[in-house]
Write a protein that binds this ligand. Structure first.
Ligand SMILES: Cc1ncc(COP(=O)(O)O)c(C=O)c1O
Length: 405
């Protein structure tokens, strides 16, 4: 029995079936590449064009990030709980505050937790600062959103499968079409505390709002004393070719929600906002045992510095543009549209293509490229932002073979 077969058997028998993974068992990784057998032989080597949905912008096994992790482990201090202080957390809060141009940072562990935390802060701000009547707070959300998998969050998903069988859901959310400024204006009322949106929708298939929308939405929110919350979990830390996707329109949201690449491969997330918003939280209002733990804080501190020092947003912009240009040269009967910003690219397939899954399987089996379909008919390409032109060229050969066939 191969190791892959052994793992598949164990997964079938013991793991909850909440995912449908490709038959690829990753055992080693470096930069943009992973291996499915120990020993790093070419026969078992794959180019990762998913980066754990954008959690590995710095690439696998980055020496600076690994170094930070090992140094922190060597101190013996990986978790202190928030009952005590720890140095990495303090340093990370300072860095994130500077990077975002905001005053206060709330650290959590996963993306969904940060989204939940942002919702709590926004509601409390609504009651304590804006003066919304008790239990009346409304948050406006975009259709086709993906903000995570908790009960509150799937409650405002427009994806039937994400909700099916999980009700009842929390009230207080109103859905508007993505990128629709008129709908946003119409939805705002005296109880509206926030508009939460992704500045680019990854799970929906790498979709961007009309140009100018983010700026207009920010202004509409400002005029109506409504918080503009940007979920930058997947689009952040250089993915679109800017540090944050809102930077494309020079918008600084009232609240940033960050995760994934913030930790360079380790689980940590954050809500970042100014003090007039964040100060609604008092000791005891909110918390998490592992939130702000020194291990992930030390790692994230280095991971964010790597994004800045290695100019990953710039490389994302340059390589993303090149990747997209090269893809667009592929004339394919199966492709409806190639689109993207930075190294965040979606290939939308036509109906007759028969779904994106078979293309991803072919890319994996025949060309050693790892991608994952999103929404049945879209191939998402999101490699680590350290990818080189040679690696993009290598990938293009595989895409050409699969899409032209
Ligand atoms: C935009 C966005 N928000 C929230 C989440 C949820 O993050 P997590 O899976 O860490 O809970 C994701 C994950 O894909 C995401 O892409």
């Amino acid at each position: 029995m191969t190791e892959l077969e052994r793992v598949q058997q164990l997964m079938d028998k013991y793991a909850a079936r909440n995912y449908a993974p490709l038959p690829v068992n990753i055992v080693e990784a470096q930069g943009c590449w992973v291996w499915t057998e120990p020993g790093r032989q070419d026969a078992h080597k794959y180019l990762d064009c998913l980066s754990s949905y954008g959690a590995l912008n710095q690439g696998y096994n980055h020496p600076r990030i690994v170094g930070a992790a090992l140094r922190q482990i060597a101190t013996g201090v990986t978790v202190t709980s928030r009952a005590f202080l720890n140095s990495p957390m303090a340093d990370l809060c300072q860095l994130l505050s500077q990077v975002c141009g905001k005053e206060k940072v709330l650290l959590m562990n996963t993306g969904a937790e940060a989204v939940e935390s942002a919702i709590k802060v926004a509601r409390k701000w609504g009651y304590k600062v804006k003066g919304v009547a008790d239990n009346q707070a409304k948050i406006i959300i975009s259709a086709d959103n993906f903000h995570g998998r908790t009960i509150a969050i799937v409650g405002f998903s427009t994806e039937a499968q994400y909700r099916d069988g999980f009700g009842p859901f929390a009230p207080g959310f109103e859905i508007i079409p993505y990128g629709d400024i008129k709908a946003l204006k119409n939805a705002i009322d005296e109880n509206t505390v926030a508009f939460m949106t992704e500045p680019g929708q990854g799970e929906a298939g790498v979709i961007f709002p009309p140009e100018g929308f983010l700026k207009q939405a920010y202004n509409v929110c400002k005029d109506n004393n409504v918080l503009f919350i940007a979920d930058c979990i997947q689009s952040g830390f250089g993915r679109t070719g800017k540090m944050f996707a809102c930077d494309w329109e020079n918008v600084t949201p009232d609240m940033y929600i960050l995760a994934k690449a913030m930790g360079g491969g380790y689980p940590i997330s954050a809500v970042v906002a100014d003090d007039n918003v964040m100060s609604v939280l008092k000791p005891g209002d909110h918390g998490s045992t592992f939130g702000g733990n020194p291990f992930c804080s030390a790692v994230a501190l280095e991971a964010i510095k790597v994004v800045i020092d290695e100019k990953l947003p710039e490389n994302s912009q340059k390589m993303g543009q090149y990747f997209l240009e090269e893809l667009r040269k592929i004339k394919s009967p199966y492709v409806k549209e190639y689109r993207g910003k930075g190294l965040w690219i979606g290939i939308e397939l036509t109906e007759k293509a028969g779904g994106a899954r078979r293309f991803c399987e072919k890319l994996q089996k025949e060309h050693h490229i790892l991608c994952k379909e999103t929404h049945h008919h879209i191939i998402r390409i999101a490699p680590p932002l350290i990818i080189t032109k040679q690696e993009v060229d290598w990938a293009i050969t595989g895409f050409k073979a699969v899409l032209s066939a």
